[in-house]
Ligand binder design. Sequence first.
Ligand SMILES: Nc1ccn([C@H]2C[C@H](O)[C@@H](COP(=O)(O)O)O2)c(=O)n1
Length: 503
Amino acid sequence: MTPLIPRIEFPEIVIGLVSPIGTPLVETISELKKFFSSVGYTVHELRVTDLFKRMEKIVVPRKELVNKPLNKRYDSYISYGNQLREFANDPSVLAALTVQSIVESRMNKSDISNDKFTKNVFIVHQFKRPEEIDLLRSVYGKVFFQISVYSMRSSRVDYLARKFAEDAGQAVHASFRSSAEQLVDTDENQLKEPFGQRVAKIFHDADLVLNRDVRSPPLVEQLNRFLELLFSSNTITPSKMEYGMFAAKSAALRTSDLSRQVGAAIFSSKGEIIALGSNEVPKAGGGTYWPDEKYDDREFQRKTDSNDRRKKELLEEILRVVDVPMDSLSSEKLKRLSNTGFMDALEYGRIVHAEMSAITDAARLRGALSGSVLYTTTFPCHMCAKHIVSSGISQVYYLEPYPKSLASRLHADSINIDRQERGEYHDYPSVDFSHFFGITPRRYRELFQRNKRKDDEGTLQDYTDDNKIPYVDLKSPFYAYLEDTVMESLRTALHTIEVDGQL
Ligand SMILES: Nc1ccn([C@H]2C[C@H](O)[C@@H](COP(=O)(O)O)O2)c(=O)n1
């Protein structure tokens, strides 16, 4: 029976790669190419920096684009990316230009005799801003996948320092390390630049996180497992880590906190669930408020965030003491004050943090947490970190960073974050805090959901309906219209700044 509205068997796939600087992507890209070629796809590899070469003719770089030496190359490319975003006054402009490259690349395909919207994979590297990923997700929807490649900071610094030294024909020494460190910080979050790079803000939002540092399973296996799942494999199921993080995410979705939604899940080392928690206001008798109970005094009922309110009161008090009335300060100064560590204080909130909520539930309802594993959607704050340590939890996996956390500074003796050097504490026993890797909660349901996995005789089908095709059910390339819209907006924007016709 042919369905009235058939699906595209081999839909186009767009893959956006994200990795902090100093993480080599060669292996990931070559493995992606190998896999997609083996299933009959045409591979289009696109580099965002290739767009720079085209744009250079239109927007003259403030810092000349150079290829050597390597540290100057990175520097000139980063600053040109920032310049283009600033020039267009839009942090997503490089993604808009990428859309244009995808359209061109599709048109240039040698064999477009058949339907041009099929059997193409676009591997694009790399993105640095949340707005870029947002644009690609909104244009390509379910055929877009963000793959983030993780490598711990010390490996990245080592890698860059080695590269810089090689480039200069010298042995690695302190000056290469310090410029490598600097570059890693710039890439993560150029806070002072409104149009600067923000890799730390997009890394965790991936569909798949690959970990270059672990040996088991190696990166190539991690990637192929995802690709097999994407192509409807019936024999891959969630790892404990993926299952745990998805549970944490489901807990996160239940909170009404005014700042953010955080979820935590504690599991035994064997994979049995112990407790879930989210950041919410506690109620007498244990646990936190629910909407379907008689009493409910969550923050939104009071219409104010108690932590923010208290910090403001304290700030006013301090300013009064030094005879500076709050209303005498310019908005610029107030903004600077709000960005200080003082305003990062967490303890005046009424909510119990997600990790603490899970720990207290476990204390009330279960038993000892020794040797258990905690999955949290956001890196623990320093208050939760010390309670995690004292509870006996032995392993923490986190997804999103939490820059306010002072855990690494205050508890270097008892926690080990991302297997970093612990200096004087290297002998001390520690709780491991590690970055999550695998299929993230964002795509967990789509990728793992299967109906029956057998034929009518009851024999396993290795792939859904014995057909190794992407699971994505696409009836028409809806994004073609959106691509046109983006290109039209791009033309209009560039025309407005009088450069039309030169792209
Ligand atoms: N690991 C974390 C980090 C934060 N939070 C919660 C505590 C507050 O409810 C909110 C604070 O968010 P923000 O720092 O964005 O104001 O997030 C949490 O439960 N667990």
